[in-house]
Design a binder for this molecule. Structure first.
Ligand code: AP5
Ligand code: MG
Ligand code: ZN
Length: 217
């Protein structure tokens, strides 16, 4: 079954965590615009320099930069066995532009899944997040039993720069103002599926699969 999904949700809602599980289950390609920008910053490329000031402070990267990147990625993405966009689109113009680009390639979305998580839990998840610089795996300090090293490859885990308190506040505000309106946009297009994003990653994943079942048949 080919799945073409957008994972929607506030910072810390669990988009990256669920994308990793979905990727394993459906064999689809995972594209996180945030991860692509972080990689560009690490490589100190021109794109990295362009996005750094926005990302570090928790503001959205301008639509034009995002769409240039996504349109380039899409050429290869549509050749794959389905895709999972994580953290994209984030504004109405991005969503409109995305729809246009997909239709030019004779593709459309299966669904947009919104992970619903209340603010307190978002902040708890973000403040305990750790990332492996080597394999990009995501962890939370509460579930690490052998210190802050990656259980897979023993690399010392890192914290994201935009997980600092001030940047988190800005990201949450930015989400509410600029990204949340997309829910209505996708609801009108009858693509929106909402699920409770609280509980363990496995519990959320089970809800995800069950809500996806009808659209996959
Ligand atoms: P991005 O990287 O997309 O960050 P975000 O949207 O803020 O989301 P996060 O990655 O913080 O959270 P997540 O939902 O992936 O949660 P995770 O699974 O890690 O974007 C970063 C920045 O890039 C933006 O601010 C912007 O500047 C720029 N950008 C990116 N895309 C853009 C676009 N389209 N337009 C403009 N700008 C763009 O989980 C969080 C933590 O909780 C982890 O520690 C995890 O282990 C834990 N956890 C997850 N699920 C559970 C669970 N069920 N139970 C317990 N713990 C859990
Ligand atoms: Mg993420
Ligand atoms: Zn690792």
């Amino acid at each position: 079954m080919v799945i073409r999904l957008v994972l929607f949700g506030a910072p810390g809602a669990g988009k990256g965590t669920q994308a990793a599980l979905l990727k394993e289950h459906f064999g689809a390609l995972h594209i996180s615009t945030g991860d692509l920008f972080r990689r560009a910053m690490k490589e100190k490329s021109t794109l990295g320099d362009q996005v750094r000031s926005y990302m570090d402070l928790g503001f959205l990267v301008p639509d034009e930069i995002v769409m240039n990147l996504v349109r380039k990625e899409l050429v290869d993405v549509v050749k794959e066995n389905g895709f999972l966009f994580d953290g994209f689109p984030r504004t109405i113009p991005q969503a409109e532009n995305f729809e246009q680009a997909l239709s030019e390639m004779h593709h459309s979305l299966t669904a947009v899944v919104s992970l619903e998580v209340e603010q307190d839990l978002l902040v708890r998840r973000i403040s305990g997040r750790r990332v492996c610089p080597k394999c990009s795996a995501l962890y939370h300090v509460d579930s690490l039993s052998h210190g802050e090293v990656c259980p897979t490859d023993q690399s010392p885990l890192e914290q994201r720069k935009d997980d600092a308190e001030e940047a988190v506040k800005t990201r949450l505000k930015t989400f509410a103002l600029q990204t949340l309106p997309l829910k209505e946009y996708y609801r009108e297009k009858k693509l929106l599926l909402q699920i409770d994003g609280s509980g363990t990653p496995a519990a959320v994943f089970a809800r995800l699969l069950s809500v996806l079942q009808p659209v996959l048949d």
